[in-house]
Every structure is written in C-alpha cells, then in structure tokens.
Design a binder for this molecule. Structure first.
Ligand SMILES: Nc1ncnc2c1ncn2[C@@H]1O[C@H](COP(=O)(O)OP(=O)(O)OP(=O)(O)O)[C@@H](O)[C@H]1O
Ligand SMILES: [Mg+2]
Length: 245
C-alpha cells in the first residue's frame, strides 16, 4: 500500500535482527506504525524492547532487516548512502540522552554543523543558528564549550542543533534521562512548545509524567507494538493533528 498524503512516517512490517557471534537478536518484529505531520508520539516499554532501534531506523541511522519505510513519502530502502545522509540531514533532528555535542566545538559551531553539511552560505547559517539558540534560551552562551555548560543547558543546545535545519521530524531518545527533575521539565516544556508551533515529535521516555505530554503513546514489548493509547486533547488544541490516527 502506498502512503497517504498526511503520513510523515510509515512503517510496514518492519523487522530488525542483529546478528552477533552466532546469536540472533530480534530487536523489532513486524512493526506497523503511521505518524502524521504535527503529531507528538511517545514510545514506551521496558529496557531492551527495541525503542532505540526503532528510533534509529526512523532516523535513517540504521536499516530494517525486513519491511518497508516511507519518510515524507520517500521509500527509503531504495536510497544509496549519499541520498540517505542527505535526507537524514534535511528531514531528521536527533536529540539523545547523552546530548552528543562535539566537545571541541563551541555552542554556536555545534548548532551550525548540520547547516554546514548542507553547504548553506555562512550569512544564512548565522541567522538560523542565532534564531535557534534564541528559541531554546541559549543565545547568551554562544562562545561556551559543552564542558562549560550544565546538563540542562547542553540539552537545550542539542535541541537547537536538532531544530536549526527545520527538519520534518524531531526524534528524541530519553532526552531527559541525564537531567534532574527541574531541567528535565524545562526540556520537556521546550519540546511541547515546539510541538505547538507545528513540529512532529517522536520521543522515547521512561517517565510517565513526560509521556503524558505526547498525544499518543506506543508501547513496545519484545520488539512488538502491544498497546497504543491517546491522551485527552488539551483545551484549545486542534483535533486535526490526530485525525484518522
Ligand atoms: N548493535 C546491536 N547488536 C546486537 N544487538 C543489539 C544491537 N543494538 C541493540 N541490540 C539488541 O536489540 C534489543 C533492543 O535494543 P534497544 O537498544 O532498541 O532497546 P531499548 O528499548 O532502547 O532499551 P533501553 O530502554 O535500555 O534503552 C536489545 O535486546 C539489544 O540487546
Ligand atoms: Mg534505548
């Protein structure tokens, strides 16, 4: 079946098997999942159930063993390496538990990197980076290096790096896992704000408080989807984002 117009992500029968030292690990088995533009989804489930593997496949960091994946209408299994990297750079923003900022680049340079890879002219890069850092409240720290920032500040810079290229989807793997409660809440509030401004977000979280920020929670167990639940819409929110989901 071809994807319909509003599916940003469509997975059909996606399976992932890791082969190591004659051991087969079935990390994902027969995943069907559709995510619409503007949705905010959380992925839950116990350790080892396949959450990060699923996010890596969605973010084109890894390939399925079997199954089909359309990202923004493009069937990604047919792409060569160069096209995969180009599409990843344009369509996907990643936020990791461990921030993954580059230690010998300062805040500005870290956020600029995805735009540099795109070959964007420096004037436009500068403007975009400044805007992204303003959005996360970090424009006062452009010259700082990651080691000179608190965990919460590093994660806000990582969010700026993820959104600077205006990707189609933000993928966040336990973005608050290394943060204390106050900084965790600040990062989650920021993601919620980005969602309200139109971003599509897929987030892995162990924290039920934060899972409730999402409109839909998909629960995995042993590499399979075992449950999907929907949050009540908040006052003033448009139902269109989850129509037909
Ligand atoms: N590169 C790899 N090689 C072999 N097995 C792997 C690899 N990556 C993941 N796995 C296995 O696949 C399964 C799913 O791993 P995954 O990292 O997706 O789990 P997770 O749900 O993100 O867990 P956690 O909550 O602990 O982060 C696990 O059993 C894991 O051991
Ligand atoms: Mg994980």
């Amino acid at each position: 079946m071809e994807p319909n117009g509003t599916d940003l992500i469509r997975l059909e029968g996606v399976t992932k098997v890791f082969y190591t030292d004659e051991v087969e690990t079935h990390a994902l088995s027969g995943i069907h999942l559709e995510i619409h533009k503007g949705e905010y989804i959380s992925i839950a489930g116990p350790s080892g159930c396949g959450k990060s593997t699923l996010l890596s496949i969605m973010g084109l960091l890894d390939t399925p063993t079997e199954g089909k994946y359309w990202l923004n209408g493009t069937p990604v299994e047919d792409l060569d390496l160069a096209d995969r990297s180009r599409i990843r750079n344009r369509e996907v923003g990643f936020i990791f538990q461990s921030f993954n900022l580059i230690g010998d680049l300062n805040v500005f340079e870290n956020v600029e990197l995805p735009l540099t890879y795109r070959g964007m002219p420096s004037g436009e890069r500068k403007e975009r980076v400044q805007k992204a850092l303003e959005r996360v409240g970090m424009s006062h720290r452009v010259k700082h290096y990651p080691s000179q920032l608190s965990g919460g500040q590093q994660q806000r810079v990582a969010v700026a790096r993820a959104l600077v290229g205006e990707p189609a989807v933000l993928l966040a793997d336990e973005p608050t896992g290394n943060l204390d409660s106050k900084n965790g809440t600040a990062v989650m509030d920021l993601l919620r704000e980005l969602h309200r401004a139109g971003a599509t977000i897929v987030m892995v979280t162990h924290d039920p408080r934060f899972a409730r920020y999402a409109q839909r929670t998909v629960t995995l167990f042993d590499g399979r989807i075992v449950n999907e639940s929907f949050e009540q819409l908040e006052m003033g929110e448009q139902p269109s984002a989850i129509e037909g989901a």
